[in-house]
Design a protein around this ligand. Structure first.
Ligand code: ADP
Ligand code: MG
Length: 281
C-alpha cells in the first residue's frame, strides 16, 4: 500500500519506543524497544534499505511471520509482529539479553560438556522447525543468542524466506558475510534440501564451539569453496573420538549420506548427560 509511512508512525512510533542498539548483522539493525501499552521489552529488527517493500511483498512477509508465530519453541526467538514503512521493515520479537554465542567463543573454545548443552538445544530447535517445514539457511554463532539463564535461542528462524525475497528482487545482496557455514550443495547450485543444509551448518557450529576456530578457512574464496566441496577439514587433537565421529558425519559433503537429525540425537556424543550444574553457566 502507499500508506507505508503512516503505518510506521501509528504502529511503531505510537506503539513502541525504540531504545539502544543491541546488535547488527549484514542487513539489519536490532534495537531494544518497549511496547508502550504493556511496558514489555522487545527486540526490534529494522531492515533499513531503501524501498525494499514492493507491492504485495509485505502481505506475503506478514503471512510468513504469522505462520512463524505458530512455531513456538523454548530455543527459538519468538516473532511478535511485523510493521512497515515505505523504506523500512520492523520486526518485533522476543528480547534475548545474554548476547551472541559468537562472543562467548571469541573468548575461547568451550568445554565438550558446555558445547554439548548448546548443541542439544540447537538441534532441538532445528528439529522442531524442520518437522514443520521451516528452514533457517543461515545458522551460525552470530544468530545464536543466549538468555540470562544460559539457554540458547536461535534468532532469524523462518526469516530466511523473507531475506530470499529481498535478495531475489536484487535489492539486497547476499546476507551471509562469510560462506564459512554454507553447505557445499548450496554454493552456486540452486535447489537444495534446506534441512540437509541446516544440518551441515550445525556441524560447522559444533566444530567451532569445540575448536575455537572454523573447520574450513582460506583467504582465497575459490580455495575455501574447494575445501568445503571436498569436506576437507581436520579435527584438533583435543576433540574426543566421539566428537570426531559425529562431526565427520555432519560435515559429509554429500547431502544424501549426511547424518539426519534423528541419527544425531541417537549418537553417543549427543546423548551423554549434561551435568545439572552446567545449565546456566
Ligand atoms: P541480520 O539478519 O542482519 O543478520 P539478525 O537478526 O541476525 O540480523 O540480528 C543482528 C544482531 O542483533 C544479532 O546478531 C544479535 O546480536 C542481535 N539480535 C538479534 N535478534 C535479537 C533478539 N531477539 N534479542 C537480542 N538481540 C538480538
Ligand atoms: Mg544475523
Amino acid at each position: 500500500s502507499n500508506s507505508g509511512d503512516a503505518i510506521n508512525s501509528t504502529l511503531l512510533h505510537g506503539k513502541y519506543e525504540l531504545g539502544r542498539l543491541l546488535g547488527h548483522g549484514s542487513f539489519a539493525k536490532v534495537y531494544h524497544a518497549r511496547h508502550l501499552n504493556t511496558g514489555k521489552s522487545v527486540a526490534m529488527k529494522v531492515v533499513g534499505k531503501e524501498k525494499v517493500v514492493k507491492v504485495g511483498m509485505m502481505e506475503q512477509i506478514k503471512r510468513e511471520i504469522s505462520a512463524m508465530n505458530m512455531v513456538k519453541h523454548p530455543n527459538i526467538v519468538q516473532l511478535h509482529e511485523v510493521m512497515a514503512s515505505k523504506s523500512k521493515i520492523y520486526i518485533a520479537m522476543e528480547l534475548v539479553r545474554g548476547g551472541e554465542l559468537f562472543n562467548k567463543i571469541a573468548r575461547g573454545r568451550l568445554r565438550e560438556e558446555t558445547a554439548r548443552l548448546y548443541f542439544q538445544q540447537l538441534i532441538s530447535a532445528v528439529d522442531f522447525c524442520h518437522s514443520r517445514g521451516v528452514f533457517h539457511r543461515d545458522l551460525k554463532p552470530e544468530n545464536l543468542l543466549l538468555d540470562d539463564d544460559g539457554n540458547l535461542k536461535v534468532t532469524d528462524f523462518g526469516l530466511s524466506t523473507f531475506s530470499e525475497h529481498l535478495r531475489h528482487d536484487g535489492l539486497l545482496h547476499t546476507t551471509c558475510g562469510t560462506p564459512a557455514y554454507v553447505a557445499p550443495e548450496v554454493i552456486g547450485k540452486r535447489g537444495y534440501d534446506g534441512a540437509k543444509a541446516d544440518i551441515w551448518s550445525c556441524g560447522v557450529i559444533l566444530y567451532v564451539l569445540l575448536a575455537g576456530f572454523l573447520p574450513f578457512q582460506d583467504e582465497n574464496l575459490v580455495a575455501l569453496y574447494k575445501k568445503i566441496y571436498r569436506g576437507d577439514f581436520k579435527c584438533p587433537p583435543w576433540f574426543s573420538s566421539e566428537a570426531r565421529r559425529l562431526i565427520t558425519k555432519l560435515l559429509d559433503p554429500n547431502p544424501n549420506t549426511r547424518i539426519t537429525i534423528s541419527k544425531i540425537m541417537d549418537s553417543s556424543w549427543f546423548k551423554k548427560p549434561v551435568p545439572k550444574n552446567l545449565v546456566g553457566k
